[in-house]
Structure formats: structure tokens, C-alpha cells
Design a protein around this ligand. Structure first.
Ligand code: ADP
Ligand code: MG
Length: 351
């Protein structure tokens, strides 16, 4: 039983970045407007996500870290239109099976200023419970990820600490850029006590301001806002007989580097793609941006922030456990249209 749990845990929490991502998504799902992500020794010793969200109701204390416990999915039909990040109830349970210790401190509006501090064992059962002072919100502290549970991953994490940490920061930047009205502060503390702030957004009301907070004022000077409309014909399908052939509209909104000699920076590490505000791995989209941009700039990669606003029934997020890989229906058509719109856009912006 426990070794099976350990194995399945390793499938959801595959590495430090996914673990951190799951915690931040839980905070966002809980309507937090202030999220602090604190790494200890680049996440190797511990990481903690502190939010000012809804908090957890007492009736859920027993369940939250058990497998498949979720407070988010109400009915089966919700699956087609999940708007929350989490919906499978696997993150906390997996973290219990994959780390030295999982500690949750939480407080709802109703119980404030009294919070509850809970520790969960490796099976996701409550190991200790105590009352502490606190304000509305939740903090989840994970100590020594993979230690003693998944030793090979632990060694991997220690060996590739800087790389894993850099991945965490990129991922957190992706949320920091797209989340409007949410303040996100990311810091790291070394064993020596030295603290570094990696970035801090300010609860801005625009993506542009988030970009300035994260990448600096200079980034903004080179960026053009984009808003491209794409209409996709939806064909009849024998697999989805309920879907009547019609059209559906997609909008691609965000920012892209201004093309032109001397202007574009090499921003290969700043290419952020989203589907309905969800950061996603969509290399095919990045490729289109790069190729269009290269018509105007010989070797450079544009800074890209591109959010695909698509109808909920045309994406499938439930593909990999980390939900980063998504499938878009009619991807080929979408990419063709995007290429056309983008070329028009670059041409009309003075080139
Ligand atoms: P899921 O997000 O898929 O529901 P998780 O394992 O990530 O599953 O979380 C389990 C449950 O714990 C959530 O459904 C939610 O009720 C609660 N929870 C976890 N983190 C938070 C948080 N930061 N604020 C409020 N509730 C939380
Ligand atoms: Mg979750």
C-alpha cells in the first residue's frame, strides 16, 4: 500500500517546480490576492506558500490530504468546464507521500483570528493538530521534498538544484505575469540567513504592469500589445455527435517584442503561452511566433506573452498529471490562422 502510494505520488509531484505550482494553484483557487512563495535553500530544504485566501473549513481537515479528496469538482459534468486549476485532489496527498513533512496552517473568515496548524503523515492522515493565532488564509510548508521517500529524485534535486530552482522561478513568473489583482512575492533564504527577493508583483490591474514588476521597465519599451481574433470552423464529428458544425472564436491577447533592427532582445526564456489564463507548454505556438518574428529579425527570439482565450469545450487540460500539456481542438487550423494574423500584425506595425 505505502510503496504504491509512493509511486503514484511521484507521478503527480514529478519535481520541485510541479510541487510549487500545485501549491500556488491551490492559493489561486482559494481566491487569494496575496501569495508569498518562500524557498529555503532553493527549495532543497523547504518551500512554503502563504496566502490570504478563503482558508480551509474544519470539516475538511481530515480529508484534504487523502487521495482524490477535492472540494472543487461538484458534479461530473463540471469536468467539461473546470475553471479552477485543481480538480483531482491529488497534490496534497502526493506531497504527503513524497516529502519529509507537510504542515498546513489555515484560518477562515469565520474563525479568524484563530488558526489551526495541522501536520499530516505520509498517508495524508492528521498527525497533529493545534490552535495558533492567524489571519484568514492558508500556508502550506513542505520540508525536504523526496527525502527518504523517493531517494533517486532527492539526489536529482540536490544535483540540479540551480536548474530546478530556475524552472520554479520561470513558472512562477508565468503566473505573476498573467494574474491581475494578485500580489505574488517570491523569495529564497539561504542557510546563512541571507534572503533574496526573486520578484514581486504588486497586485496590479494590468498584465503590462506585472511585466514591469517582473522583468523591469525596459521590457515594456520593446513590447507591443497584441489582440488577434481567429475564427475556427468547427466540423461535425462522429465522436462528438452533440457538437453542431459552426464556428468558434479565439482571441490571442498579450504582448510581443516590437520587430526591427536593434529593438528585439533575445528573449528565448521569456516566451509565455497561456490557454484561458493557464500557463501551458505549447511549443508549436512559440514556433509560430519565432518564425514570424524571424522575417524581421535575423537571429532573435521575441518576448512573447500570449493568452489564448478559447471556449472551455475546445481545450482538454486533463492530459498530463501536471496539467501543463493541453490539447486544443483544431490546433493545425489555429496555428495557420495565427501565423497569418501575426504576419499582418508585424507588417502593419511599421515594417
Ligand atoms: P485539488 O486542488 O485538485 O482540489 P489538492 O490536493 O491540491 O486538490 O487540494 C485538496 C484540497 O485542499 C482542495 O480541494 C482545497 O479544498 C484544500 N486546499 C488546499 N490548499 C488550499 C489553500 N491554499 N487554500 C484553501 N484550501 C486549500
Ligand atoms: Mg490543487
Amino acid at each position: 500500500q505505502s510503496s504504491v502510494h509512493r509511486l503514484t505520488s511521484g507521478q503527480v509531484v514529478i519535481d520541485l517546480p510541479t510541487a510549487v505550482k500545485e501549491l500556488v494553484e491551490n492559493s489561486l483557487d482559494a481566491h487569494a490576492t496575496n501569495i508569498e512563495v518562500k524557498f529555503k535553500n532553493y527549495g532543497v530544504e523547504a518551500f512554503e506558500v502563504v496566502d490570504n485566501g478563503d482558508g480551509i473549513d474544519q470539516e475538511n481537515f481530515e480529508g484534504i490530504a487523502l487521495k482524490h479528496h477535492t472540494s472543487k469538482l461538484r458534479t461530473f459534468s463540471d469536468l467539461g468546464s473546470v475553471a479552477t486549476y485543481g480538480f483531482r485532489g491529488e497534490a496534497l496527498s502526493s506531497l504527503c507521500g513524497a516529502s519529509s513533512s507537510v504542515q498546513v496552517t489555515t484560518c477562515t473568515a469565520a474563525t479568524s483570528p484563530r488558526a489551526t496548524k495541522l501536520e499530516y503523515d505520509m498517508h495524508g492522515r492528521i498527525a497533529s493538530l493545534s490552535k495558533v493565532a492567524g489571519t484568514k488564509g492558508t500556508s502550506v510548508l513542505i520540508t525536504r521534498l523526496f527525502d527518504g521517500k523517493l531517494p533517486v529524485r532527492r539526489i536529482d534535486l540536490i544535483k540540479n538544484t540551480k536548474r530546478e530552482f530556475a524552472k520554479c522561478i520561470s513558472l512562477l513568473q508565468a503566473y505573476g505575469v498573467i494574474k491581475i489583482g494578485v500580489r505574488i512575492v517570491v523569495s529564497n533564504v539561504l542557510s546563512s540567513g541571507k534572503k533574496t527577493i526573486l520578484f514581486a508583483t504588486k497586485g496590479n490591474s494590468s498584465v503590462g504592469d506585472n511585466i514591469i514588476n517582473i522583468f523591469g521597465t525596459k521590457a515594456r519599451i520593446d513590447l507591443l500589445p497584441i489582440s488577434l481574433a481567429i475564427t475556427i470552423p468547427r466540423r461535425a464529428s462522429i465522436y462528438l455527435p452533440d457538437i453542431v458544425p459552426d464556428e468558434f472564436a479565439i482571441k490571442v491577447v498579450g504582448f510581443v517584442s516590437q520587430p526591427g533592427p536593434g529593438l528585439g532582445r533575445n528573449a528565448a526564456d521569456r516566451q509565455l503561452v497561456y490557454v484561458n489564463n493557464r500557463p501551458c507548454n505549447l511549443p508549436s505556438v512559440i514556433k509560430v511566433f519565432n518564425e514570424c518574428y524571424r522575417t524581421f529579425n535575423i537571429t532573435q527570439y521575441p518576448f512573447v506573452v500570449a493568452d489564448f482565450e478559447v471556449p472551455f469545450d475546445s481545450v482538454d487540460v486533463n492530459v498530463t498529471p501536471d496539467k501543463r500539456t493541453v490539447f486544443l481542438h483544431n490546433e493545425t487550423t489555429i496555428l495557420e490562422c495565427l501565423r497569418e494574423r501575426l504576419s499582418e500584425f508585424f507588417e502593419s506595425s511599421g515594417h
